[in-house]
Write a protein that binds this ligand. Structure first.
Ligand code: 4NP
Length: 150
C-alpha cells in the first residue's frame, strides 16, 4: 500500500501528515507527500512544522518539497488532500476515472464529521501548527485503522 499526502506547498501540512503516518504504519507501507504548487520545490519543511513534529518526537527535517506528478497517480494507491482547493486541483490533474478514485479529502476519509479541511497554518502562529498536528494525528489514526483492517 502506497499513500500520498498532498497540500498546497508541501512545506507545512503534508510533511506533518507524512511524518505522523510513518510512525503509525509498518515500514513496508510507503508514505510520501507532495504539493500542488512547485514554489517551494527542494526546500525542507517550514521551521514551524519541523518544530511542532519534534515536540511530538517526530523528525521531518530531512523531507524536501516536491510538486505532485502524473506518475504519482500510477504509483500511489491512496492520495489524501488537505483541503477542498487542493482536492479540486489534484482531481483536475488525474488522468482517468481509476486515478480520480484514488483521491480523497483527508478529513472526510478519516470520518471526521466536524472538520472537512485541514486549515492552512502558513500565515498563522505556532499554536495553529499544533492544532494542525492534532487534527492530522487524529485523522491518521482513523485512516490507519481502516487500512489495517482491509
Ligand atoms: P502547505 O502551506 O500547503 O500546508 O505547505 C502553505 C505553504 C506555502 C504557501 C501556502 C501554504 N505559500 O503561499 O507559499
Amino acid at each position: 500500500m502506497k499513500i500520498l499526502m498532498v497540500c498546497l506547498g508541501n512545506i507545512c501540512r503534508s510533511p506533518l501528515a507524512e511524518g505522523i503516518m510513518k510512525t503509525k504504519l509498518p515500514e513496508f507501507f510507503l508514505v510520501d507527500s507532495a504539493g500542488t504548487i512547485s514554489m517551494h520545490e527542494g526546500k525542507h519543511p517550514d521551521k514551524r512544522s519541523i518544530k511542532t513534529a519534534a515536540h511530538h518526537h517526530i523528525d521531518i527535517s530531512d523531507q524536501t518539497s516536491r510538486q505532485i506528478t502524473k506518475a504519482d497517480f500510477e504509483t500511489f494507491d491512496k492520495i489524501y488532500c488537505m483541503d477542498l482547493s487542493v482536492y479540486k486541483d489534484v482531481i483536475s490533474k488525474a488522468g482517468n476515472e481509476e486515478q480520480r478514485r484514488k483521491v480523497s479529502l483527508f478529513m472526510e476519509a478519516a470520518g471526521d464529521v466536524e472538520n472537512t479541511e485541514v486549515p492552512d497554518p502558513y500565515w498563522g502562529e505556532m499554536k495553529d501548527f499544533e492544532e494542525v498536528f492534532q487534527l492530522l494525528d487524529r485523522g491518521c489514526e482513523a485512516i490507519k485503522k481502516q487500512i489495517l483492517i482491509k
